[in-house]
Design a protein around this ligand. Structure first.
Ligand SMILES: CC(C)(COP(=O)(O)OP(=O)(O)OC[C@H]1O[C@@H](n2cnc3c(N)ncnc32)[C@H](O)[C@@H]1OP(=O)(O)O)[C@@H](O)C(=O)NCCC(=O)NCCS
Length: 175
C-alpha cells in the first residue's frame, strides 16, 4: 500500500521555491495558467473561461487533497512571493505502486530551471514519502520543452499510449 496521507499538507522547500497548498487567493494566477494559449498548447484539458472556473478548480483540487486522492502544489518563488506555476501527483495506483506527474509554469518564469528544481523535490517526495516505485508522465508528442525536462529528470520513453488521445506519448521513472 502507498503511504497516501496528505493531511497535514506536505510543504516542500528548495533553494528558490516554496511548494505549498493552493488557496482561493491564487485564483487569478490559476486562471492565467489554465487559459493562456501558449501554456495550454499541448495540454489535453478544457481551457478556463473565467476566474470563477479557476476558483471551482481550486476547490476541487483541495477536496482531492483532503481525501488523499491527489497532491497538487502551488509553486511559489521565494524572491517575489507569488504563485508562478503548479506541480501535481495524481492517478495513484496501490497495485502498481505508481502515480502520474504533471506541471506547468507561467510563461515569464519558464527557461530558468525552476521546474527542474521543483520536480526533483516532488519526485524525491513521491519515492521516499509516498513510496511509489514508478512515476509516469504523458505528454503531447510535439511538447519539446516538457520532453527536455523529462530527459533531464531521467524519465524513459514507455510503450504505453493513451487510448483517448493517440498524440500523447508515455514516459516513466522508476526508483
Ligand atoms: C513544461 C514546462 C514546465 C517546462 O518549463 P521549462 O522552463 O522548460 O523548464 P525548467 O523550468 O526546468 O527550465 C529549464 C531550462 O532553463 C534553463 N536554465 C536557465 N537558468 C537555469 C538555472 N539556473 N538552472 C537550471 N536551468 C536553467 C535550462 O538550460 C533549461 O533550458 P533548456 O531546456 O533549453 O536547456 C513549461 O514548458 C510549461 O509550463 N509548459 C506548458 C505546460 C505543459 O506543457 N506541461 C507539461 C504537461 S506533460
Amino acid at each position: 500500500m502507498l503511504n497516501r496521507s496528505f493531511n497535514p499538507f506536505p510543504i516542500l522547500k528548495t533553494e528558490r521555491l516554496i511548494l505549498r497548498q493552493l488557496e482561493i487567493s491564487d485564483e487569478q494566477e490559476i486562471f492565467v495558467l489554465r487559459s493562456d494559449s501558449e501554456i495550454n498548447k499541448y495540454l489535453d484539458r478544457p481551457v478556463s473561461s473565467s476566474v470563477k472556473d479557476a476558483r471551482n478548480f481550486i476547490n476541487k483540487i483541495n477536496e482531492f487533497i483532503s481525501t488523499n486522492v491527489a497532491l497538487y502544489w502551488a509553486i511559489n518563488s521565494i524572491a517575489n512571493n507569488g504563485l508562478i506555476g503548479t506541480i501535481c501527483l495524481y492517478g495513484f495506483s496501490d497495485e502498481n505502486a505508481s502515480c502520474e506527474i504533471g506541471f506547468e509554469l507561467l510563461t515569464d518564469f519558464q527557461v530558468r530551471g525552476i521546474m527542474q528544481e521543483a520536480a526533483e523535490k516532488v519526485i524525491d517526495y513521491a519515492f521516499k514519502s509516498i513510496e511509489v516505485k514508478k512515476i509516469e508522465a504523458f505528454l503531447h508528442k510535439d511538447n519539446q520543452r516538457s520532453l527536455q525536462l523529462l530527459n533531464k529528470l531521467s524519465f524513459i520513453k514507455s510503450h504505453k499510449t493513451d487510448e483517448t488521445n493517440p498524440e500523447l506519448v508515455g514516459y516513466y521513472l522508476t526508483i
